[in-house]
Design a protein around this ligand. Structure first.
Ligand SMILES: *[C@@H]1O[C@H](CO)[C@@H](O)[C@H](O)[C@H]1NC(C)=O
Ligand SMILES: *[C@@H]1O[C@H](CO)[C@@H](O)[C@H](O)[C@H]1NC(C)=O
Ligand SMILES: *[C@@H]1O[C@H](CO)[C@@H](O)[C@H](O)[C@H]1NC(C)=O
Ligand SMILES: *[C@@H]1O[C@H](CO)[C@@H](O)[C@H](O)[C@H]1NC(C)=O
Ligand SMILES: *[C@@H]1O[C@H](CO)[C@@H](O)[C@H](O)[C@H]1NC(C)=O
Ligand SMILES: *[C@@H]1O[C@H](CO)[C@@H](O)[C@H](O)[C@H]1NC(C)=O
Ligand SMILES: *[C@@H]1O[C@H](CO)[C@@H](O)[C@H](O)[C@H]1NC(C)=O
Ligand SMILES: *[C@@H]1O[C@H](CO)[C@@H](O)[C@H](O)[C@H]1NC(C)=O
Ligand SMILES: *[C@@H]1O[C@H](CO)[C@@H](O)[C@H](O)[C@H]1NC(C)=O
Ligand SMILES: *[C@@H]1O[C@H](CO)[C@@H](O)[C@H](O)[C@H]1NC(C)=O
Ligand SMILES: *[C@@H]1O[C@H](CO)[C@@H](O)[C@H](O)[C@H]1NC(C)=O
Length: 712
């Protein structure tokens, strides 16, 4: 009941639309579509700072404003007598990623070396200190560690443009770390003792401009192949914020700006990939793609960013079937859950792109993983997965044994593998995997349900941490279909009471603190995506939107703003202080959530050859376009879903049916009655779980719904 009125509020006069693939001309009536106002990407790959932060200036800085308004040269000057380090902080206005460039007019008045400039980068003001919040050398060892987390320049006397390339100006002195992800940069006239005699902290440096060469995917309006817009400006804006966060992570894999711990792989260099984060974790990890790949499919025409990663990882499969989670440690990082994400993400890839030859190529690899590796790590008594010793997971949670999350993800992956087997006409594999999923599901419920808390235990064990309940296992049990409606409602209720915070739901309840410090204060937008999906999928739309607002609303309104964080910590801060990546692809679930559930578009067959439109209300050449509009209430309610799908495809549109047949409500398709609950059934309309579903052909626009009681 509450759900209906709440939704009515948010969707009134709303217009939701999505372009699943290209082309946008047909429906746009104004010159500039209104969604353009939400796009966050810079308008060109050369980005200038937006302001100078007055409170952070120090020493003798002349015309600091010139760095922003182009009003001439900015000078940083320090005489031998001054103790003040000339310092200026520029703010790019939002998180950016790329190479900083500085146009110097030259240096003057120095002896004992050229004037040194020291750069300090940070995504947040809180962690803007005397070192960058993170710098590539932080992960470097031996020769790879070229800085102590500040970037140095020996400013020449003649005018020139300096670009922040990874490397040193003099052998191993005056070094810089190259690419950074940041919002703020501190520029100081200062030299490191270890750079002597090449630089000095005294003299005068003139700067005519500071810029960033943007290195993500430049997501200007013309690049969007999927869009979203609704009456709620916050939700709409966060959808584009999620897209921008993902754009910051999409980049060519380059040897000189990826993760330093043996992540550079010749088979990845030069390929377009989706890194985990912009500033940190510049290496693509399999599990993160569970969310970030979906965002990429739904926003831009870059399907290869996920495929390049999945193909590279499966080509490094181990002989027992295990698939590495990332190239880091020479493909040696031991994670137990990420191979399952390979299966699950491969399914999503096929559904979103229709590329069956992709899965055909790697089908033997998938079979080896599911039929050799995981059976070797299965409890013979319960059929649940048992984590291989020495292996971790997405958050390195020290939970050996049969954690609910592993088995729930196993069931999801087996089910998705079975669907892939069906597409490739391999019914034996499909039924074997479905049977196994059913067995695991059954013992999952008997072994792991906690009747006292009314939620699934994280693990069935005795000892430290065994009383814990986790967000991941409970959410995935619902998505995987392990929990029926009754158990789902109870588990979801447990999550949003025992784990509730102003900034989202934490990934553990209080007992989880025995496993991970501050677990019950920590929010992962990554894992929260699965709880939000579980809420939508099981009909708890209102609480899904509540969780979205808390989680994404919190991040969007705290420094650096716009981009979504790797993790939220105690009191809503950064969960790993300045090390936290503040633009992380795995935290962009708002994009698939709004497109898949609120707009309600999903693929039924690979590549949207058959699709489903089922909005939770609350002509395209090659595009599937949906918009819905709901006005009024009661007998005056109008509810219309317009769908225009490509010729040659078909699908279904579902509209909610509250069962009040006597009130005269009728479902119409293009003005013709197809269902009235009193016996009229046209176009194969069926009532199912409170929705009336009708089959629709692509090729032209159709409208399904009603205009007031008994109207068409
Ligand atoms: C500050 O530096 C400028 C040159 O950039 C110089 O003209 C001025 O005298 C300096 N001011 C002080 C107080 O040192
Ligand atoms: C620096 O200090 C010395 C000694 O106190 C003084 O003689 C000199 O004039 C000062 N120079 C400047 C530029 O202020
Ligand atoms: C720089 O040197 C020139 C001449 O040598 C002098 O006039 C000027 O005051 C000096 N500027 C600073 C900031 O020391
Ligand atoms: C880091 O700082 C220490 C001393 O503070 C210095 O010895 C070392 O060379 C520096 N390392 C790099 C890579 O600059
Ligand atoms: C880093 O990589 C880019 C792109 O491949 C290249 O243009 C640049 O020269 C490289 N820089 C260094 C220091 O190797
Ligand atoms: C995985 O697939 C690739 C490409 O088909 C193949 O070369 C490789 O041998 C497979 N890995 C294993 C462990 O079977
Ligand atoms: C489909 O996937 C295969 C890799 O298995 C790739 O070579 C091919 O380019 C992909 N096709 C399309 C249309 O993306
Ligand atoms: C849901 O599952 C529980 C546990 O197996 C069972 O007791 C209950 O009857 C089921 N409820 C429904 C509606 O199927
Ligand atoms: C918590 O979740 C349950 C189940 O989804 C829902 O019924 C309830 O309204 C939610 N509570 C709050 C305070 O959001
Ligand atoms: C509802 O009315 C509008 C405006 O007249 C019309 O375009 C639409 O087709 C009608 N809806 C249905 C389901 O027939
Ligand atoms: C789409 O077409 C296929 C093939 O004719 C048919 O089996 C399927 O039921 C149709 N789907 C819908 C939703 O009408």
């Amino acid at each position: 009941m509450l759900i209906a009125s709440y939704l009515l509020h948010i969707v009134l006069w709303s217009l939701f639309q999505l372009l699943v693939s290209s082309s946008s001309a047909v429906w746009e009536r104004d010159d500039i579509p209104s969604w353009h106002q939400y796009v966050r990407a810079p308008s060109s790959s050369t980005v200038t700072p937006k302001k100078v932060l007055a409170g952070y200036s120090n020493g003798n800085v002349t015309n600091a404003g010139g760095l922003v308004d182009g009003s001439g040269t900015t000078y940083l000057s320090r005489s031998e007598n001054s103790s003040e380090v000339p310092t200026v902080v520029v703010d790019f206005g939002q998180n950016v990623v790329g190479l900083l460039t500085i146009d110097f007019v030259g240096a003057k008045n120095y002896t004992h070396g050229q004037p040194g400039i020291k750069l300090i980068f940070s995504e947040t003001l809180e962690f803007l200190a005397d070192k960058s919040d993170f710098s590539r050398s932080d992960n470097g060892r031996g020769d790879d560690k070229i800085t102590n987390a500040t970037d140095q320049i020996a400013v020449k006397s003649e005018p020139y443009t300096w670009t922040n390339q990874w490397g040193c100006e003099f052998s191993r002195q005056v070094c810089s770390d190259g690419l950074h992800g940041f919002r703020y940069v501190k520029i100081a006239l200062d030299a490191l003792p270890e750079d002597s005699p090449h630089t000095t902290s005294f003299g005068e440096v003139g700067i005519s401009s500071v810029k960033v060469q943007f290195y993500g995917f430049l997501g200007t309006p013309d690049t969007f192949t999927g869009t979203f817009e609704c009456s709620d400006k916050d939700l709409t804006q966060w959808w584009y914020d999620g897209s921008y966060t993902s754009e910051m992570c999409i980049d060519v894999f380059r040897a000189n700006d990826t993760e330093l711990r043996d992540a550079t792989s010749p088979s990845l260099v030069g390929k377009l990939v989706i890194h985990d984060g912009a500033k940190r974790d510049r290496d693509p990890y399999m599990g993160d793609l569970a969310v970030s790949a979906l965002t990429s499919y739904l926003t831009h025409d870059v399907e290869e960013v996920a495929r390049n990663v999945m193909e590279d990882l499966v080509q490094h499969q181990r002989s027992d079937g295990w698939i590495p989670p990332a190239s880091i440690n020479n493909y040696g990082l031991q994670l137990f859950d990420y191979p399952l994400w390979w299966v699950s993400c491969s399914y999503e890839h096929v559904m979103h792109t229709g590329n069956l030859s992709y899965i055909e190529s790697y089908y033997p690899n998938m079979t080896l993983l599911l039929d050799t590796y995981y059976p070797q790590h299965t409890s013979s008594s319960s059929g649940l997965l048992v984590r291989q010793e020495g292996y971790g997971d997405y958050a390195f949670i020290p939970r050996d044994g049969s954690a609910a999350y592993y088995s729930a993800l196993y069931v999801l992956s087996l089910t998705r593998a079975a669907a892939l087997a069906d597409f490739l006409l391999k019914p034996d594999d499909a039924s074997r995997w479905r049977d196994r999923a059913a067995t695991v599901s059954k013992s999952f419920v008997t072994e792991l349900w906690d009747p006292e808390a009314e939620a699934f235990f994280d693990r069935k064990c005795t000892g430290k941490g065994c009383a814990a309940h986790a967000q991941d296992g409970n959410s995935l049990a619902i998505i995987a279909g392990i929990a029926n409606d009754t158990l789902s409602a109870k588990a979801l209720n447990y999550l949003n009471t025992s784990m509730r915070h102003e900034y989202g739901n934490s990934f553990y309840d209080a007992a989880g603190n025995d496993l991970v410090e501050e677990a019950s204060d920590r929010v992962y937008a990554f894992i929260s995506y699965f709880e939000m999906s579980a809420r939508f999928a099981s009909g708890h739309t209102e609480s899904a939107l509540d969780l979205i607002r808390r989680t994404y609303g919190w991040m969007a309104s705290h420094d650096p703003g716009i981009t979504f964080w790797e993790g939220i910590g105690k009191d809503g801060g950064l969960y790993e202080d300045g090390f936290t990546s503040m633009a992380h692809g795995w935290s962009t679930g708002i994009v698939p959530l709004l497109s898949t559930y609120v707009l309600g578009v999903s693929a039924v067959k690979p590549g949207f050859d058959e699709w489903s439109v089922k909005p939770r209300t609350g002509g395209l050449e090659g595009g599937l376009r949906v918009r819905w509009q709901r006005n009024g209430e009661g007998s005056g309610e109008s509810y219309n879903v317009w769908v225009h799908a490509p010729k040659g495809t078909n699908g279904s549109v579902s509209v909610p049916w509250d069962g009040k047949e006597n009130e005269g409500k009728e479902v119409h398709v293009d003005g013709n009655k197809v269902y009235d609950g009193k016996g009229t059934v046209e176009m194969g309309a069926v009532l199912e779980d409170g929705w009336v579903r009708v089959g629709i052909q692509g090729g032209e626009e159709h409208v399904v719904g009603w205009n007031g009681t008994a109207s068409g």
